[in-house]
Design a binder for this molecule. Structure first.
Ligand SMILES: Nc1nc2c(ncn2[C@@H]2O[C@H](COP(=O)(O)OP(=O)(O)OP(=O)(O)O)[C@@H](O)[C@H]2O)c(=O)[nH]1
Length: 361
């Protein structure tokens, strides 16, 4: 029976679903900025129009909040750190709401302003932190409305009960909405990742396929050359594979390809990228590896393969050899040129009798 594949080859970690996450980041950033803009305009207007009627505490709180909100927006633009800034902003607004409830605002209309809070808190802070800050606001508001007299204004009984009931309903429905939005976002992210991994995996051997090299590896190596360059490309072709198919059948041929892929995984570093490049042709990319070092790795591998016997049933077993062409890549733009060179060396190895490595060295 074919050996089982390693559970998660490291090249799979190079496949990202940044587009899914960046849409989510954009949504949160957009909500955050809209909230800050509205809050700053609103607070400034309230301050200008009502500073004569507001309690001093409320005026000072509004002023500090206005300046801090602007500072947070500037900090976010310059650092891109949304979560900690959003927590700070929502905490300020929470305190502001409580100051409003405590003092009553203009003509005791403070309670109306609290209704937006759950919506903004959940959409910028997510489920858990959002739930926490909204709960804190609700708890303190209930204390001011129904608790002991500590100097806060008093609201009518009907107003207090209706506010609390409607706030809890907004809280509940926003929580449910956010819970399912988050769940479907995670599911979309999971499915996108699985689909992308599947589209870049060779179905027979579980190695990366050729598309992975062009759509993921090369862009990644171009963006982080210090992690990958210089690297060596090995093109490896099984020798006389047609004879194996002809002598033992296609299933045995498939089994040989799987066993060969397992040996690539076992014998080479996990950071080396092993690709099924075509039928019985494989590509191995050895990151941060000069040609001379790669040649000794490849030669050891070639010897290892030649020493193995691949068994399918007791009657079906074969020896296997491979030929290898190797070339070094120092610039990503030269990748195709180097692959072409490695291909020429591979066919030179075949012409020269197989079971050997040819390179420019
Ligand atoms: N079993 C199996 N065979 C495959 C697969 N893909 C390609 N092949 C076979 O691989 C064989 C390759 O044959 P050739 O290109 O003549 O190469 P070769 O026999 O290895 O000869 P040299 O490369 O010159 O040593 C063909 O018979 C293909 O049908 C596959 O997925 N499974």
């Amino acid at each position: 029976m074919p050996k089982s594949q390693p559970s998660q080859p490291s090249w799979l970690n190079l496949i990202n679903i940044e587009s899914v996450y960046s849409a989510e980041k954009q949504r949160r950033a957009f909500t955050f900025f809209t909230m800050i803009s509205i809050a700053v305009v609103l607070i400034s207007t309230l301050l200008i129009l009502n500073y004569t009627v507001y309690a001093t505490l409320l005026t000072v709180m509004l002023l500090i909040s206005d300046v801090t909100l602007l500072g947070c927006a500037v900090y976010f633009v310059s650092t891109g750190r949304l979560t900690c800034v959003a927590i700070l902003v929502l905490s300020i607004i929470c305190v502001l709401c409580l100051a409003l409830v405590y003092t009553g605002g203009k003509q005791n209309t403070a309670l109306y302003w609290l209704m937006f809070y759950p919506i903004v808190a959940f959409s910028t802070l997510g489920l858990r932190v959002g739930f926490f800050v909204v709960s804190v606001l609700l708890a303190f508001t209930c204390f001011f409305l129904f608790g002991a007299d500590i100097g806060q204004v008093s609201y009518g009984h009907a107003e207090k009960v209706r506010f609390t009931a409607s706030f809890i309903l907004v809280f509940l429905f926003t929580f449910i909405g956010e819970y399912f939005r988050n769940k479907s976002h995670l599911e979309i992210a999971r499915m996108t990742l699985l689909q992308k991994q599947d589209a870049h995996t060779d179905q027979l051997t579980g190695l990366a396929n050729r598309r992975f090299v062009s759509s993921h590896f090369l862009p990644l190596a171009k963006s982080r050359p210090e992690q990958y360059l210089p690297f060596t490309v090995l093109l490896i072709d099984l020798d006389h594979f047609k004879e194996i198919n002809d002598n033992f059948g296609h299933d045995f041929g498939d089994h040989v390809l799987i066993e060969f892929s397992n040996m690539l995984e076992e014998q080479l570093r996990s950071s080396d990228i092993k690709v099924r490049y075509g039928g019985e042709e494989f590509m191995v990319i050895l990151p941060k590896t000069q040609l001379t070092v790669a040649l000794s790795v490849a030669d050891k591998f070639r010897e290892h393969i030649a020493a193995q016997t691949i068994t399918f049933t007791q009657q079906q077993l074969t020896r296997l050899t491979c030929s290898i062409g190797a070339a070094q890549v120092t610039k990503i733009d030269d990748f195709n040129k180097s692959v072409k060179l490695a291909d020429e060396y591979l066919y030179q190895a075949k012409r020269e009798g197989r079971n050997k490595i040819v390179s420019s060295n």
